[in-house]
Ligand binder design. Structure first.
Ligand code: SAH
Length: 208
């Protein structure tokens, strides 16, 4: 049953403009049900966000696919993700890039995500419990940065830890709504482009 729903979801994503077959096949390979609490597993391939505990959510598959597509990743890239959450977005990226460094501020969520990475034998994700807005300076520079919690502005650390020519994708809060913004660093300046309206949990500082 889940398999039928998965195929239907992949087709739906393609119809909604996810044209990159590598991304569609990464979404097909990663079992989303593993990142979801048991009582919601029958909805794993519905195109919706779902609760994962601690008042947080696993993103909607379309948003995961769209943000991944905007990142323009390749197999040589070293990526930073802020907001591991369930670990699903990291797992999708792990199939497309060399290494994913991912930071989560809520320890219990990070431990759950790490267990799923182990179960799925994913070995190119490096997780850390910290405030992601501080970035990960021991690993700079990053080819790509993805932020999966909504914020009114990028931190100075994040702006400085992206490579020249690199791309940052983040939900940004603008006039009481949220939009996906893609930033590209050219001649040390970040130029932005605005995409879809979204609804993410807030980006908070500190850890718990
Ligand atoms: N990428 C996730 C989406 C999770 S929701 C997934 O695929 O499931 C966003 C997550 O960002 C939450 O778990 C929240 O705790 C975390 N978060 C919010 N602000 C953060 C910060 N400053 N640093 C690290 N994690 C943060």
């Amino acid at each position: 049953m889940l398999d039928v729903k998965k195929i239907r979801l992949i087709l739906e994503l393609r119809e909604s403009g996810i044209a990159d077959s590598n991304i569609l096949s990464a979404l097909e390979k990663i079992p989303r049900e593993k990142f979801i609490p048991e009582n919601f597993r029958n909805q794993a391939y519905d195109n919706i966000a779902l609760p994962i505990g601690d008042n947080q959510t696993i993103s909607q598959p379309f948003v995961v696919a769209k943000m991944t597509q905007l990142l323009e990743v390749n197999s040589k890239h070293k990526i930073l993700e802020i907001g591991t959450g369930s670990g699903y977005q990291s797992a999708v990226l792990s199939k497309l890039v060399r290494r994913v460094y991912t930071i989560e501020r809520i320890k219990s969520l990070l431990i759950k995500a790490e267990n799923v990475f182990k179960e799925l034998k994913i070995s190119n994700i490096v997780p850390k419990h910290a405030d992601g807005n501080l970035g990960w300076k021991e690993q700079i520079p990053f080819d790509r940065i993805i932020i999966t919690a909504a914020t009114p502005f990028l931190s100075k650390e994040i702006e400085s830890q992206i490579h020249e020519g690199g791309i940052i994708v983040s939900p940004m809060i603008k006039k009481n709504k949220q939009v996906i913004v893609k930033y590209k660093k050219t001649n040390n300046v970040l130029k932005s482009e605005i995409y879809d309206d979204v609804l993410f949990v807030p980006n908070l500082s500190g850890t718990e």
